[in-house]
Write a protein that binds this ligand. Structure first.
Ligand SMILES: O=C(O)c1ccccc1NCC(=O)[C@H](O)[C@H](O)COP(=O)(O)O
Length: 252
């Protein structure tokens, strides 16, 4: 069993936010991305995490609020916060404490129950992540519908093209292609998912993982509405200024 399977297995023991701790109405991640695209800008979702199973460690003592406040806002559509505690050293408190930044918050977690969707909502999240490589279509549908009923956005991400076949039916979902294979934790050289997601017309498409100052200008973002970037920004690479200068070409 891989680390991500282990994380999902432990979900039943996770401490969830049962009380309503929202301090503001929901902010739409989808609308924020499209607003930037309408100005011909690629949309950045900047991610905060303290650690990750593939070995990332954020700089000692990095302050979440200082991190986000220091990001070039010209391309910033929203923020992603890892809330999983064991392997990412995250917490729902990070979500709660970020609401007053007034940026759409993607709750980056391994959600598999409606209670976890409710917890993300109660903590102040605006968008949830669902990972189709690990969720049966029935569960994916149930959680997607539940999140939409709460007024939240949903980012459904995949790596394995086999788990992308049904994603077209989630008409309001943001679709993400994760370059990292979450079963091997490797940045997979098999990037067939790129063709798959670029074939999904009329969907907001986000490229995720391993985007850095060395490859951001390589053309790999062509066809995407935006990028979800964590490690390279957290490590101080000049990525946000680069993406702020990159033009988004309207793709249907
Ligand atoms: O990053 C990992 O090691 C990881 C392992 C298992 C599940 C998820 C993992 N990361 C979550 C993400 O998808 C990335 O944090 C996100 O795409 C940003 O990637 P990066 O810019 O490379 O930090």
């Amino acid at each position: 069993m891989g680390i991500v399977d282990e994380i999902y297995r432990k979900n039943s023991k996770r401490a969830l936010v049962k009380k309503y701790r929202r301090t503001r109405p929901i902010l739409s991640m989808s609308k924020s991305i499209m607003r930037l695209n309408s100005r011909k800008r690629l949309a950045l979702i900047a991610e905060f995490k303290r650690a990750s199973p593939s070995g990332f460690r954020s700089p000692e003592g990095l302050n979440l609020r200082e991190y986000f406040s220091g990001i070039n806002t010209a391309a910033l559509a929203g923020i992603s916060i890892l809330s999983e505690p064991e392997y990412f050293s995250g917490s729902y408190a990070d979500i709660e404490n970020s609401q007053d930044l007034n940026l759409p918050i993607l709750v980056k977690d391994f959600i598999s129950t409606e209670e976890m969707v409710d917890s993300s909502f109660n903590a102040g999240g605006d968008c949830i992540l669902l990972i189709s490589d690990f969720l049966e279509f029935r569960i994916l549908t149930e959680l997607y519908d539940h999140a939409l009923n709460l007024g939240m956005d949903v980012l459904i991400e995949f790596h394995d093209v086999k788990s992308a076949v049904n994603l077209y039916s989630f008409s309001d979902a943001i679709i993400g292609y994760n370059r990292r294979n979450l079963r091997t934790l490797e940045m997979d050289p098999d990037q067939r998912g790129m063709d798959e997601i670029l074939g999904m017309k009329n969907r907001i498409r986000i490229l995720e993982s391993g985007i850095n100052s060395g490859n951001i200008g390589s053309g790999m973002l062509r066809g995407f509405n935006g990028a979800l970037i964590g490690s390279s920004i957290l490590s101080g690479e000049d990525v946000t200024d680069k993406i702020a200068k990159m033009e988004y070409e309207a793709y249907v």
